[in-house]
Design a protein around this ligand. Structure first.
Ligand code: C2E
Ligand code: CA
Ligand code: CA
Length: 672
């Protein structure tokens, strides 16, 4: 070969070489572009499918399961799981296993799956804990190096070596961690970081949405009975009202159900038993409906259309029911009666049989109601009416109830001013000793001179006075007024120094810590002889604490204030009260007199009670004596002291002196 040819060949070679390199380079570049494009496309598909999972999946678990599957398909990692992260007030985040792994992981790796999910609950949370604290992805080439993964290392086949974990961010906080195992060639590239960070943000939105939903459920649910609460109920009422406005044929009703005497259960058996009873009542209410009621399953209630009935607990022992598909009030009343029937079967609470009953108010939803609150109030007013008529009743709302309730409310306002506006009066009724033929004392009876309604008797206002608490100041006023009058009569009337005055006090008033101080002060100031101020305990037959009442009565006795048990015989616990309380007298209710003449049997009961009292050293005073025949029967039964219209009705203080004279005259006219 000539040197010429040789150099030409060499050049050619160089050129070919250069071209080949260029071609390889070009091919490499093209291939890389294609590959990147492919990867990019896969990433997009992954993100898209995760977004789709987030939107379509029914629950958090479903969405996360789908997402884990997609990630594993994309990366080729065989197993992935989700752990939730809790953030306590103090201390490091707590990683909590969820049991959630990629559902299509091969069965061969079941043990790996379980071991991976257990790492969160084994003291050290491994990578998940690290990710929760740093908010950054983390990975490890060989899980056999880490004690946290000892269990995993024990079961993992040789082709599983690496662990990687990625944060799921809700806002700026790590709400969950995705954790995967992979092969020995596992590598956390920048691309992978980027795509997993986007996945984490996507999934974070699902977690946030789930949390918001849980909050909504909290906000609309009564945790005790699992029924919807007041807020939810009002929302449903609003919906129903809107519907009647649009479709006048649509009719609905509201039932307001209030248990009778629930407080007694709570007080006597404890709050746990009370809670138990409420939960059982909730179930009976649901069972009383023909269709399943609406539950708070999601924050979003259906916007319109038929929703079904709603049962809610809106307060302590108050339940409300919205009944749709109601055609007339009678339909709602029928449901109310069915509820009352269902409640009549005894409940098993704290190993005891309990009987419950409820007062129910019914209000029809109609266009006249502007707000859900108004409608609920009407049902409440009807319930209140039902309750005031006795237990276990149901009443349909009408306008007169509202007026009555408004008047009641006005009365509550008025009664707060009654004392300072000088509207209280005391009337006095003579108490007569049948044996001695003289008036031995007077019972003070309260009246309220209402500016518009005239003179009101205790029955019209005592309950309100108790409810509003003014009863306590009324009591102080009554004692003072009675003692001041007594002092006058003791000084002015012939033989008056032996007169006594009896003041009525409710058990609640007696338990008032100030009572003894008040009595001590007043008797001291007025300087009346010991024993001439007396107290009548008016409602000591209920569910009171006899120990506490007994101590107060004992203290009153120490102050030389005799105490009488009022309305004796009107309740079946009268004898218990007599046995437990150190009283000096009982006041036989008029009910005793009215049966006294009817049979030998009732006469025996009355004389028995009188004899029993005498054995206890307790005085018996008969109330409500209206005729000479009743006086004779009393005397025959051994009762020596009486009061009633027959002797005198209650009179004003100024009339007391003349009344006393007349009573004595009348009394001496009776033939025995
Ligand atoms: P009570 O202590 O049993 O008082 C007797 C009631 O019977 C009085 O009614 C009296 O007017 C009425 N009465 C008197 N004689 C006869 C009669 O012959 N026949 C009939 N049918 N009734 C007669 P009033 O004044 O309306 O008092 C009702 C209740 O209110 C009292 O019953 C008492 O429990 C309570 N009360 C009265 N004043 C006070 C008070 O200042 N404080 C408290 N806490 N309760 C009071
Ligand atoms: Ca009385
Ligand atoms: Ca009485």
């Amino acid at each position: 070969m000539t040197p010429d040819v040789e150099s030409q060949l060499q050049r050619l070679n160089v050129r070919l070489d250069r071209e080949r390199r260029a071609r390889i380079e070009a091919e490499t570049i093209a291939e890389k572009g294609l590959r990147e494009l492919f990867v990019r496309q896969q990433e997009l598909l992954l993100l898209e499918s995760i977004a789709e999972a987030a939107n379509s999946a029914g629950s958090l678990a479903d969405a996360m399961g789908l997402a884990l599957d997609r990630i594993c398909q994309f990366t080729g990692w065989p197993v992935g799981r989700l752990a939730l992260v809790d953030w306590p007030e103090h201390g490091p985040p707590v990683v909590r296993a969820t049991g959630l792994c990629n559902p299509s992981a091969s069965d061969r790796l079941a043990a790996v799956r379980q071991a991976l999910d257990r790492t969160a609950t084994t003291g050290e949370a491994g990578m998940a804990g690290l990710v929760a604290e740093t908010r950054q992805p983390a990975w490890m080439d060989d899980l056999r190096d880490a004690p946290a993964y000892a269990a995993l290392a024990g079961v993992a086949p040789d082709d599983i070596r690496a662990v990687a974990a990625f944060p799921v961010l809700a806002g700026t906080e790590v709400a969950a961690v995705l954790e995967f195992v992979g092969g020995p060639d596992f590598e956390l590239t920048d691309e992978l970081r980027a795509v997993m960070s986007q996945v984490g943000t996507q999934l974070g939105r699902i977690v946030e949405r789930e949390r918001a939903r849980a909050h909504l459920i909290d906000a609309f649910n009564d945790p005790l009975t699992k029924l919807p609460n007041r807020a939810f109920f009002l929302r449903e009422l609003g919906r129903a009202l809107r519907r009647t406005r649009q479709t006048p044929e649509f009719q609905f009703a509201v039932l307001f159900v209030d248990l009778d005497g629930f407080k007694v259960v709570n007080d006597s058996l404890g709050h746990g038993a009370g809670d138990d009873l409420l939960a059982q009542i909730a179930q009976r209410l649901i069972d009383s409906l023909r269709r399943r009621p609406l539950a708070v399953i999601s924050g979003q209630a259906p916007t319109d259309g038929p929703a079904g009935p709603t049962v809610a607990r809106i307060g302590g022992d108050e339940f409300t029911i919205l009944l749709d598909q109601i055609h007339q009030p009678e339909d709602a009343l029928r449901v109310a009666r069915r509820i009352q029937q269902n409640l009549a079967t005894p409940f098993q609470v704290a190993g005891q049989e309990l009987y419950a009953s409820a007062s129910i108010g019914v209000a029809m939803g109609d266009v006249g109601h502007l707000t859900p609150e108004n409608l609920l109030r009407d049902a409440d007013v009807a319930m209140y009416r039902a309750k005031s008529l006795g237990k276990g009743r149901c009443e349909l709302f009408d306008e007169t109830m509202l007026r009555r309730a408004a008047a009641q409310l006005q009365l509550e306002t008025d009664i707060r001013h009654a004392l300072v506006r000088n509207q209280l009066r005391l009337l006095f009724q003579p108490v007569v000793s049948l044996a001695e033929g003289r008036v031995i004392g007077l019972e003070a009876l309260l009246r309220w001179e209402h500016p518009e309604r005239g003179q009101l008797a205790p029955a019209d206002f005592l309950q309100i006075a108790e409810d509003t608490g003014v009863i306590l100041t009324f009591g102080e006023w009554t004692i003072t007024e009675a003692v001041v009058q007594l002092r006058r009569w003791q000084q002015a009337l012939p033989g008056g120094e032996r007169l006594s005055v009896a003041v009525n006090l409710s058990a609640r008033q007696c338990l008032e810590p100030d009572l003894l101080g008040i009595i001590r002060r007043i008797s001291h100031l007025a300087d009346v002889p010991p024993g001439t101020l007396r107290i009548e305990l008016t409602d000591a037959h209920g569910d009171q604490d006899y120990d506490a009442l007994g101590r107060v009565i004992g203290a009153l006795n120490d102050l030389h204030v005799p105490v009488a048990l009022d309305d004796f015989g009107t309740r079946h616990v009268s004898l218990t009260a007599l046995a437990e309380l150190p009283v000096q007298a009982i006041k036989l209710d008029r009910a005793f007199l009215s049966v006294l003449g009817t049979s030998a049997r009732t006469r025996t009961v009355t004389s028995g009670v009188v004899g029993l009292a005498r054995q206890l050293g307790v005085e018996v005073i008969a109330e409500g004596v209206e005729s000479p025949a009743e006086v004779e029967q009393l005397l025959a039964a051994g009762c020596q002291i009486a009061q009633g219209y027959y002797f005198s009705p209650p009179v004003e203080a100024e009339q007391v002196p003349s009344t006393l004279a007349r009573v004595v005259q009348r009394w001496s006219g009776i033939e025995l």
